[in-house]
Design a protein around this ligand. Structure first.
Ligand code: HEC
Ligand code: HEC
Length: 265
C-alpha cells in the first residue's frame, strides 16, 4: 500500500470521529433510548423474570451451568440475540433446560438483562447476525483496510482475531460509536522525530522509560531509544472513524455479532 491513502483515511477518520461522536452523545442525551440498545424498562422486566424462572439453574450470577456464563455473555453456541431468544423458546431438552412460553416483550427483557451483564442500571447492547456483520466488515465498513483478522489485512490497527474473547458487547459498541473514548492508551498514535530529522509515525505497542515500540506505517515493528529522539508526540484521538452515523443501528448490531464471534483460530 502507498502512503497517502492511509493518511487521507486517517485524517477523514479523525473528522468523522469528532463529528460522529457529538451526534451520538447528543442523541443519547435527548432520549434515553439508543437504537442499538435495549431500554432500561426491558432490562428491568428481564431482571424480574430471570430471578423467577432462570436463577434456579443458572444461579443469581448466571454462572452455575457449566460452560455458560450468562452475566459475562459466554455461551456454548448462541451468538446473536435471536440465538438466545431461540434457546429460551425451545430450551435444550437433552441438557435439561426446558423451553419457555414468553411474550416477545418478555423475551426481549431477558435478552436485555443478559446483555446488560445483569446490571439493571447497565447498558444492554443489541447483537445481530454475525454473517451479515461480516459483510458489513468487509464491505460498507471497510474495516479490513486498517484491521487484520486471522492473518489477513494490514497491521496499522489492532489485530481483531480474538476481539470477541476479550471485549464485552458494550465495549465493542463504544469502539464503533466513539473510538477515541474507547481507545486503550497503549494503542495511541505516536509521531517521533529523530535527532537526524527523520519522522516516524505509527501505533504505539509498548513504552518504558527509555524506549518506545511501535508499528510504523510500513507495518514494520520499530523500537526507538528516547535518547535518540528530538520529539515524541502521543495523540489522544483515535485515527479510527466513528460509525455512529455511517452505519445503521442494524448494521452496528450485526457488526457486534461478527466481532463477538471472533475468538481466535
Ligand atoms: C432446569 C434448568 C434450567 C432452567 C430453568 C433454565 N436453564 Fe438455561 N440452560 C440450562 C442448561 C443445563 C444449559 C446448558 C445446555 C448445554 O449444555 O448446552 C442452559 C443453557 C442456556 C443458555 C446458553 C445457550 C448456549 O448457546 O450456550 C442460555 C442463553 C440460557 N440457558 C438461558 C436461560 C434463560 C434466560 C432461562 C430462564 C428463562 C433459563 N435458561 C432457564 C438449564 C436451565
Ligand atoms: C482508518 C483505519 C480504521 C478503520 C477504517 C477502522 N478502524 Fe478500528 N481501529 C483503528 C485503530 C488505529 C484502532 C486503535 C486505536 C483505537 O482503539 O481507537 C482501532 C480500534 C478498534 C477496536 C478496538 C480494539 C480493542 O482492542 O479494543 C475495534 C473493536 C475496532 N477498531 C473495530 C473496527 C471495525 C468493526 C471497523 C469497521 C466498521 C473499524 N474498526 C474500522 C483503525 C481503524
Amino acid at each position: 500500500m502507498s502512503r497517502s491513502p492511509r493518511y487521507v483515511r486517517a485524517l477523514l477518520g479523525l473528522i468523522f470521529a469528532l463529528t460522529g461522536v457529538d451526534g451520538a452523545l447528543s442523541a443519547q442525551g435527548a432520549a434515553q433510548d439508543h437504537p442499538g440498545q435495549y431500554s432500561a424498562a426491558d432490562i428491568e422486566t428481564g431482571s424480574r423474570l430471570y430471578a423467577g424462572q432462570c436463577a434456579l439453574c443458572h444461579g443469581t450470577n448466571g454462572e452455575t451451568v457449566a460452560g455458560v456464563d450468562l452475566r459475562r455473555g459466554q455461551f456454548r453456541r448462541a451468538v446473536s440475540d435471536e440465538d438466545i431468544a431461540a434457546v429460551i423458546a425451545s430450551g435444550i431438552p437433552t441438557a435439561g433446560m426446558p423451553g419457555f412460553r414468553f411474550q416477545s416483550s418478555e423475551v426481549d427483557g431477558l435478552v436485555a438483562f443478559i446483555r446488560a451483564g445483569f446490571d439493571v442500571s447497565g447498558t444492554a447492547v443489541k447483537v445481530g447476525h454475525a454473517g451479515k456483520g461480516r459483510a458489513v466488515f468487509e464491505g460498507k465498513g471497510q474495516c479490513g483496510t486498517c484491521h487484520r483478522v486471522n492473518g489477513n489485512g494490514p497491521r496499522v490497527a489492532p489485530d481483531l482475531s480474538d476481539i470477541g474473547a476479550i471485549r464485552t458487547p458494550a465495549a465493542l459498541q463504544r469502539s464503533l460509536l466513539d473510538p477515541t473514548s474507547a481507545m486503550l492508551p497503549i494503542n495511541r498514535p505516536v509521531r517521533a522525530v529523530t535527532r537526524d530529522g527523520r519522522t516516524i509515525r505509527g501505533r504505539r505497542l509498548n513504552e518504558d522509560t527509555f524506549t518506545v515500540q511501535l508499528i510504523d506505517e510500513q507495518e514494520q515493528l520499530v523500537s526507538l531509544n528516547k535518547a535518540d529522539l528530538r520529539e515524541l508526540e502521543v495523540a489522544a484521538s483515535s485515527p479510527m472513524p466513528s460509525f455512529a452515523v455511517t452505519l445503521t443501528a442494524d448494521e452496528q448490531a450485526d457488526l457486534l455479532a461478527y466481532l463477538l464471534s471472533m475468538k481466535g483460530l
